[in-house]
Design a protein around this ligand. Structure first.
Ligand SMILES: NC(=O)c1ccc[n+]([C@@H]2O[C@H](COP(=O)([O-])OP(=O)(O)OC[C@H]3O[C@@H](n4cnc5c(N)ncnc54)[C@H](OP(=O)(O)O)[C@@H]3O)[C@@H](O)[C@H]2O)c1
Length: 237
């Protein structure tokens, strides 16, 4: 299993507490701007998550590796695919970022960051796979319910997820875009649904996908599904 993301890994050893709030307090005591502290907290949490994932894959008998790269960099993506040894059985593309703002408040840079990470990243990955002559058994793009129903402040994110579908449809092999509704944050990975956002969804009576159910749904879809795009969600909005 080859994992990739922008976060550099392994990180330097640190003596920071596990809890993000406590981590912020320790870092604030050592000085630095709020932005620097937030960046450090994000990086340390991401590195710990990578470490845990690698341990889990190993414990399950796998042989994981992690590489740091930006999917918006075609050379880096091409290099990654070329470097992989042996057969590529499957590809899961789940890179994505949010920068929610009403359209009127969006600048081009913000739109590009959100849109290009998903849409250009997916296109770049398919081009690299084609160039390497790879024939994976499946390609999965992680899309969002925002592409299907829209969401306030997410025009760029909705457009990016929508753009995944024709890309998946252009791939000669099995490729499916799975548009997900919001997932419930797990203890060690809140992802795009922070505990605060989860509370807001609860207030609006929007159901959240259980992580185990989400994984099982994805595996069933890959094993038995034939559609090019599907929506899995605990509830609509
Ligand atoms: N959580 C949900 O409820 C939900 C709902 C619908 C769809 N999704 C989709 O599911 C996917 C995973 O979401 P998540 O909730 O797990 O959020 P997340 O924790 O923020 O995961 C996003 C991942 O994308 C990687 N990434 C972002 N920009 C990248 C770039 N330029 N190059 C390489 N990697 C990049 C991040 O790693 P680095 O930071 O290390 O780069 C991170 O691993 C996303 O595509 C999201 O749109 C999630």
């Amino acid at each position: 299993i080859e994992l990739a993301g922008r976060t550099p890994w392994p990180g330097e050893p640190d003596d920071l507490p596990a809890d993000p709030a406590a981590m912020r307090a320790v870092l604030a005591g050592r000085g630095g701007s709020v932005a620097e502290i937030e960046r450090r907290v994000r990086t340390v949490l991401a590195q710990r998550e990578i470490g845990r994932t690698i341990d889990e894959v190993r414990a399950a008998g796998g042989d994981p590796a992690y590489r740091s790269l930006d999917v918006r960099d075609p050379d880096a993506v091409r290099h990654l695919v070329k470097e992989l040894r042996g057969r590529i059985d499957g590809v899961v593309f789940a890179a994505g970022v949010l920068d929610d703002k009403l359209m009127a408040d969006k600048d081009e840079r913000s739109f590009r960051t959100v849109f290009e990470t998903k849409a250009d990243g997916a296109r770049t990955l398919l081009a690299a796979l084609a160039e390497a002559g790879a024939e994976p058994g499946f390609v999965t793009f992680f899309g969002s319910i925002a592409a299907v129903l829209g969401n306030r402040g997410q025009t760029d994110y909705a457009a990016a997820n929508d753009a995944l579908e024709p890309l998946a449809a252009s791939w000669p092999g099995r490729a499916v875009t799975v548009h997900w509704g919001p997932w419930a944050p797990a203890a060690d990975h809140s992802g795009m649904v922070s505990p605060e956002l989860a509370r807001e969804y609860e207030r609006r009576e929007i159901g959240l996908l259980d992580a185990d159910e989400g994984v099982a749904a994805l595996l069933r879809e890959l094993a038995y599904g034939t559609d090019r795009a599907v929506l899995y969600t605990a509830s609509l909005w």
